[in-house]
Every structure is written in structure tokens, then in C-alpha cells.
Design a protein around this ligand. Structure first.
Ligand SMILES: NC(=O)c1ccc[n+]([C@@H]2O[C@H](COP(=O)([O-])OP(=O)(O)OC[C@H]3O[C@@H](n4cnc5c(N)ncnc54)[C@H](O)[C@@H]3O)[C@@H](O)[C@H]2O)c1
Length: 315
């Protein structure tokens, strides 16, 4: 099989490309950036996800049989800061990909990395894939639009589409300022943290290796009974519980934490969230393996290995 990973230079795409290469698959990474440190069996293609002709060329040239679509403007914060760009890249980019796949043929699955943001304020906790999806952020609206367009292309043109709804995936090298990372960076540097509001926010944090396990199961399953799969842990914590987990690992770390939901952008509160029901993914063989305490410890170890604290440098 030859897997095309769009967004292959990103936080999720890069380790996914590496994992696939390690499994002996031929991989094409398509991104507007290059990342390097990839095995020779991986081809890196630089391109824009909205460039349908280039996508078509890549699909034909490499005989792509599976696609994992991870190229996007990611996160509520980025989508609020640049709404037209988020709509263009996320929606037009997905349509360019769907059109190219339908034109070229030969692809047996397209796995679209979607988000818990499609649910908006969670109507249930845990939330199931068939619960109401009423996204409230521009990011969630683009992700849900792509899911609906994926379903349209599947019904009308036979696109082999499936969505994986991920939730706050975390791990070493996470590229944005979103919890738990700022707190772990502070803890690793011996600094205290402060968050004016957010103590009541509940999140189903998913370690990156688990997310990749789930994505691969959906990509490689012989048959799929559904178009959407939650891939998370099935368990949410609020930010006070998250802080308590970090304190267990670094007892000297302190956080001044206000109540309420997290603010994703100035004046933009996060949607009410909770756990994701992962029954469907479990039926494919998915089991989240990295508990929050272990995932946090791995990131702290990574941060401290890269920036060792000199003794006595704590403020
Ligand atoms: N990380 C999470 O917590 C999370 C949660 C839910 C869903 N997702 C989804 O997973 C996917 C990957 O997220 P990530 O965390 O790896 O984000 P990321 O920002 O690290 O990766 C996205 C990649 O897309 C590329 N990209 C952006 N615009 C492009 C364009 N116009 N053309 C080509 N490439 C472009 C970027 O260069 C980047 O490498 C996204 O679809 C995101 O919505 C992520």
C-alpha cells in the first residue's frame, strides 16, 4: 500500500509518517513545509492542499491507495485570528483532495482528521458520534463542513471517506500554546503558572501515540461500519485535575488557576466539553495505552532533556 499523508510535516502527520514507514509502508508526505529526519522510503512533496492539480499528480505518480488528511489550519485560536484563511485551507483544501481522489481512483480509504470541535457544546458526556454536532468555533465549523462534504462525495461519487474525531492530542513537540504544554514548560523551567480562567474546563486529553493507533486502525480496517470515529481516551479531566497530575510529577510547581471555561482567544471561551465515547473505535481494536500521568511525564522528560535546568536557576 502507498499512503499519502497530507500535513505530513505537522505534529500528528510527522509521527504518523514515521510510524507507517516503520511498518514497511510506502509513504508520501504532502505539506507546504518539509520536516526532514525521515526514512528513505518516505517521499516528501511540497505543495499546497488547495492545489488540486498537484494533488492529482501526486496520486497518479505514486499510485496512492490510502490517504490520511491532516493538512489544515488547526485550532480555535488560529481560526479566530484568520477565519477566511482557515475556511480556505480547511474546506477548499479538503474539496480539492476529494475531487482529486475521485478523478484519479484507486484509493480505498480517505481518513479525514476531524475534531471534537465538530460537536460544539457537548450534548452528552461522554459524547457519541451520533450526538448533535453544532460547532460554535470557526475551526469546528470548517471541520464539520468537511465531514458533511466527505459524506456528500461518498454518497454521490463513491469517495471512501471516514472521519476520525480527535480531542486535544498532546505529546512532545506540540506546536501551539495549549494545555497541558504551557504548564509543562513552566514546570520544566521551574516557573509558576497562571491561568485567569479555565479550572472548570473538561477535556479528553489524548496522547499522540494513542491518536496514531486509532488513525491507523480506521485507515487499515478491512470494512468500516461508520463514517465517523471518536479517537480519544473515553475519560475527561478538568484543569484542576490536570494541575494535580502535574503537581504529582513536579511537587514544587505552582499554578494560580481561575474558574470557568478556558479562553481560546480574547473573549472566546472554549465550548463545554467532556469525554468522547470510544466504543466504535474499540470495536476496531483501539485501546488507549498512555494514561495522562504517563503522557505528562514523557513530555516533561523531553523538555528537560532538551533544556536541562542549571542548578539554582529557579526564580
Ligand atoms: N492536535 C490536535 O489536538 C488535534 C485535535 C483534533 C483534530 N486535529 C486535526 O488533526 C490534523 C493535524 O493536526 P496537527 O495537530 O498535526 O496540526 P499541525 O498544525 O501540526 O499540522 C498541520 C499541517 O498542515 C500543514 N498545512 C497547513 N496549511 C497547509 C496548506 N495550505 N497546504 C499544505 N499543508 C498545509 C502545516 O504545514 C502542518 O504541517 C488537523 O486536521 C487537525 O484539525 C488535531
Amino acid at each position: 500500500m502507498t499512503v499519502l499523508v497530507t500535513g505530513g510535516a505537522g505534529f500528528l502527520g510527522h509521527p504518523l509518517v514515521r510510524r507507517l514507514a516503520g511498518l514497511g509502508e510506502r509513504v508520501v508526505s504532502f505539506d507546504r513545509l518539509t520536516r526532514g529526519s525521515l526514512p528513505p522510503s518516505v517521499t516528501e512533496v511540497v505543495g499546497d492542499i488547495t492545489d488540486g492539480a498537484r494533488l492529482e499528480h501526486v496520486l497518479r505518480t505514486y499510485g496512492v491507495t490510502e490517504v490520511v488528511h491532516a493538512a489544515a489550519v488547526v485550532g480555535v485560536t488560529a481560526s479566530v485570528a484568520g477565519l477566511p484563511t482557515a475556511v480556505h485551507v480547511n474546506v477548499d483544501g479538503a474539496v480539492a483532495l476529494f475531487e482529486a481522489v475521485c478523478r484519479v481512483g484507486g484509493v480505498r480509504r480517505v481518513v479525514d482528521l476531524s475534531s471534537e470541535e465538530t460537536y460544539g457544546h457537548f450534548a452528552g458526556d461522554p459524547i457519541g458520534e451520533d450526538d448533535p454536532a453544532l460547532p460554535v468555533s470557526p475551526y469546528g465549523i470548517t471541520k464539520y463542513a468537511v465531514e458533511r462534504l466527505g459524506a456528500y462525495y461518498a454518497d454521490q461519487h463513491g469517495l471512501p471517506y471516514a472521519a476520525v474525531r480527535l480531542c486535544w492530542v498532546y505529546g512532545p513537540g506540540f506546536p501551539r500554546r495549549r494545555l497541558p504544554h504551557p504548564w509543562l514548560q513552566d514546570a520544566a523551567a521551574g516557573r509558576a503558572s497562571r491561568l485567569a480562567q479555565g479550572g472548570d474546563q473538561r477535556i479528553d486529553f489524548t496522547y499522540v501515540d494513542d491518536a496514531i493507533d486509532g488513525i491507523l486502525l480506521v485507515a487499515q480496517a478491512e470494512r468500516l461500519g461508520h463514517r465517523a470515529y471518536n479517537v480519544a481516551t473515553g475519560h475527561a479531566v478538568d484543569m484542576r485535575e490536570l494541575a494535580a497530575e502535574i503537581t504529582k510529577l513536579r511537587p514544587d510547581w505552582r499554578v494560580d488557576l481561575g474558574d470557568g471555561p478556558i479562553e481560546m482567544a480574547p473573549g472566546v471561551a472554549a465550548a463545554r466539553k467532556g469525554a468522547l465515547d470510544i466504543t466504535r473505535a474499540r470495536a476496531l481494536g483501539y485501546t488507549p495505552r498512555v494514561p495522562l500521568s504517563e503522557g505528562l511525564a514523557r513530555i516533561l522528560a523531553d523538555l528537560e532533556a532538551r533544556h536541562p535546568l542549571t542548578q539554582g536557576s529557579n526564580p
